[in-house]
Ligand binder design. Structure first.
Ligand code: PRP
Length: 186
């Protein structure tokens, strides 16, 4: 039987593990505690940025002790390319009315900062009480615009990472940890 991409990836030599599963779960627990403290007395709307954030969001909310609502937005900036094109389109908008609400946007990774910069402006225009961002991963040395992210899980080197929601050509999102995908030429 033909191997799946995940099986091939894990049995090959084109990867190395960057963040193991247990380390990630521990950090997400800490983030959950911090966010629960910071939003005490509020019922924030957590907005997952599809597709990449779906696993992180699912794990994060299970570490919150406060009430929260969940919504999703889908924007397109990458296509199947490894580098961001910088062009952003809304593919799925929020269902919730966020006026007067505390909004916490959940990202899997911040790279150039274009998505965060754009989304902050987009959500702020709808007059929420607050807009903050939490990202599992923040790439260092890859920012193309100034941006702010209030909660960061891990700062990582400027390398192409997959797994735990992050894809390569839409595959490998279901890997349970974060891996660095080595260049084909290496
Ligand atoms: C990724 C990630 C962020 C964005 C970050 O999404 O989920 O939304 O890129 O990059 P930036 O800081 O350079 O803007 P992607 O467009 O790859 O879509 P996906 O989540 O569906 O894989």
């Amino acid at each position: 039987m033909k191997k799946s991409s995940v099986q091939e990836f894990l049995s090959g030599e084109k990867h190395r593990i960057l963040i193991p599963q247990d380390e990630m779960q521990q950090r997400i627990k800490e983030l959950g505690e911090q966010i629960s403290r910071d939003y005490q007395g509020s019922v924030p709307i957590l907005v997952g940025v599809l597709n990449g954030a779906f696993i992180f969001l699912a794990d994060l909310v299970r570490n919150l002790t406060i009430d929260c609502e969940i919504d999703f937005v889908k924007i397109s900036s990458y296509g199947d390319a490894k580098e961001s094109s910088g062009h952003i389109r809304v593919l799925k908008d929020l269902d919730a009315d966020i006026e007067g609400r505390d909004v916490l946007v959940v990202e899997d990774i911040v790279d150039s900062g274009l998505s965060v910069q754009w989304l902050r402006k987009y959500f702020t225009s709808r007059k929420p009480r607050s807009v903050r961002f939490v990202t599992l991963l923040k790439k260092l040395g890859s920012a193309r615009v100034p941006y702010e992210v209030e909660y960061v899980g891990f700062e990582i080197p400027n390398e192409f990472v997959v797994g735990y929601g992050l894809d390569y050509a839409q595959l490998l999102r279901n890997l349970p940890a974060i891996y660095v995908l080595e260049d084909e030429e290496d």
